[in-house]
Design a protein around this ligand. Structure first.
Ligand code: BG6
Length: 499
């Protein structure tokens, strides 16, 4: 078999490597998707002996795939080795391990470590020539968060670019690895039916929700320094918004796609400072120009969670009303919300179409019908379109009827984990589903005024009850008379959830 890539995981004993990366590599190997004889070198400050590391790898696979075949697992773990790199020690040991015969071949460096270590690792690799592509490619996978704010993201970008080229950097946003997120592109650009109405003339507003049932759990220490805006909005929510709003790319080349998302980010209307201030005075003029554009909330009990600083003002819920100032979307609000400790874990996009210009069916018993398209990212992945149809019987009573499609009903391959797709794309040199440097900076530029306003204490933290949909103030973000959808776990259930 030919020589395959070497994947070096920095942070090999960490949570990400154990829960996501090792299982993803296992699935790829089991399906024969990894090219040639691949090797994985785990590195960490504190160490494992070789055998202990292989046991760790096997445990990680068994935790994710309890019925993994024992013999296959032994073979898989044999491809892993460990290099200990205590703090302050140079990268020579890693270089030795990489090229015992003087040839590294293709190599991916996966930074599954705290962001504060990214630039130091990149510098260490570059210093010993490990980013040079003399005998194979060299790629750097960088996890989010890419920076803490605009300034730190710019500094990180500069630091990485002093060690390698932009096209060697693969910035992860694991949402882009989700099959259903990629399906937004397939759905939009393979159905002429929808593309022709996908604009301000037919779409009233767009609602994007990423709700989580869990609280901060054991990640309090990290989360308290980030908050929902940095953790979810600056990255995952912005990517979802871009895929819904982008123009058709000329082809599926990585740069064509990424150019189109970047154009969306360039068209985002900057938040006005006044719209980020204390929303309470605006309650009575909820329809007026003084409406807030971004609201933060925190679930009751957050301060008692492990790892949270006393007096912390970190938000666990964010809602924002965003406008995209271009020809397609002028005037259409995109209302996004994300939060922890909400009633259900659900991520979905609801495209609300405009009502008919004239209401013909005024029967008071009929609901006011409008079409909406729900793109369900998770769980119960699928699509749902609501239509107004005639209720059987005399007269012209209307009913709102859902047409739905669920991925689980498709035969064939189950939806694969985001990390499988992303690791494979990196191996194949396809950066389409990774974030380009200019896009990360554009997203930081967009949220920075909100961070500034919050740091300046201009906007209060609205408290919400755990298990609710967020602070009541969040309603101020919606177009007048509209309501947030309250989704169920099962896509086709509405109002009353059975799970
Ligand atoms: C991560 C955030 O990027 O995404 C977490 O750091 C969040 O706080 C997670 O829970 C959500 O991802 P998913 O795939 O479960 O929706």
């Amino acid at each position: 078999m030919t020589r395959g890539p070497t994947i070096v995981i920095f942070g090999a004993s960490g949570d990400l490597a154990r829960r996501k990366l090792i299982p993803a590599l296992w699935h790829l190997a089991a399906r024969g998707r990894l090219p040639g004889h691949f090797r994985v070198i785990g590195t960490g400050r504190t160490g494992f002996g070789q055998q202990a590391y292989r046991e760790h790898v096997m445990d990680a696979v068994r935790a994710a795939v309890p019925d993994a075949d024992a013999a296959q697992l032994q073979g898989f773990a044999a491809a892993f080795s460990f290099v200990r790199m205590p703090e302050g020690v140079s990268f020579h040991a890693l270089r030795e391990a990489l090229s015992p015969d003087g040839q590294c071949g293709d190599c991916i460096f996966y930074l599954a470590v705290p962001p504060s270590l990214y630039s130091g690792i990149a510098a260490g690799l570059a210093e010993l020539g490990m980013m040079d592509e003399k005998d194979g490619y060299r790629r750097l996978i960088v996890e989010k968060p890419f920076g803490y704010d605009l300034d730190s993201a710019v500094a990180l970008q500069d630091a990485l670019l002093s060690c390698c080229r932009e096209d060697q950097i693969y910035r992860i946003d694991h949402y882009l690895g989700k099959e259903t997120v990629q399906n937004i592109l397939a759905f939009r650009f393979s159905n002429a039916l929808f593309e022709s109405v996908w604009n301000r003339n037919y779409i009233d507003w767009v609602e994007i929700t990423a709700a989580e049932e869990l609280g901060v759990g054991k990640r309090g220490g990290y989360y308290d320094t980030a908050g929902a805006l940095r953790d979810m909005v600056q990255n995952h929510m912005m990517q979802l918004l871009a895929l819904v709003a982008m123009e058709p790319p000329v082809n599926l080349n990585p740069e064509s796609l990424r150019n189109e998302t970047q154009k969306v980010f360039q068209s985002l209307r900057p938040f006005e400072r006044a719209s980020l201030a204390d929303p309470v005075p605006s309650v009575h003029e909820a329809c007026g120009p003084g409406r807030p554009a971004c609201i933060r909330g925190r679930y009751r009990g957050y301060l008692d969670e492990a790892g949270i600083a006393p007096g912390s003002t970190t938000e666990t819920w964010v809602g924002a009303r965003i406008f995209i100032d271009n020809w397609r979307w002028g005037g259409v609000p995109f209302v996004v919300r994300t939060g922890k400790k909400m009633p259900v874990r659900v991520t979905e996009i609801v495209v609300h179409f405009k009502r008919t210009p004239h209401i013909l069916f005024r029967n008071s018993a009929s609901p006011q019908v409008s079409n909406s398209l729900i793109i369900r990212i998770q769980p119960d992945e699928g699509l749902l379109l609501t239509l107004g149809l005639k209720s059987p019987g005399s007269g012209f009573g209307l009913q709102q009827i859902p047409l739905h499609f669920h991925y689980r009903e498709l035969e064939g391959t189950p939806l694969s984990e985001a990390y499988e797709r992303l690791i494979l794309d990196c191996i194949n040199g396809d950066p389409s589903l990774f974030i380009r440097g200019d896009a990360v900076l554009a997203c930081w530029r967009f949220v920075q005024p909100v961070l500034d306003a919050w740091t300046g204490g201009e906007s209060p933290l609205a408290e919400y009850a755990p298990g609710s949909w967020g602070p009541e103030l969040g309603d101020l973000l919606l177009p007048p008379g509209e309501h947030w959808r309250e989704p169920c776990r099962v896509l086709s259930e509405d109002g009353v959830c059975h799970l």
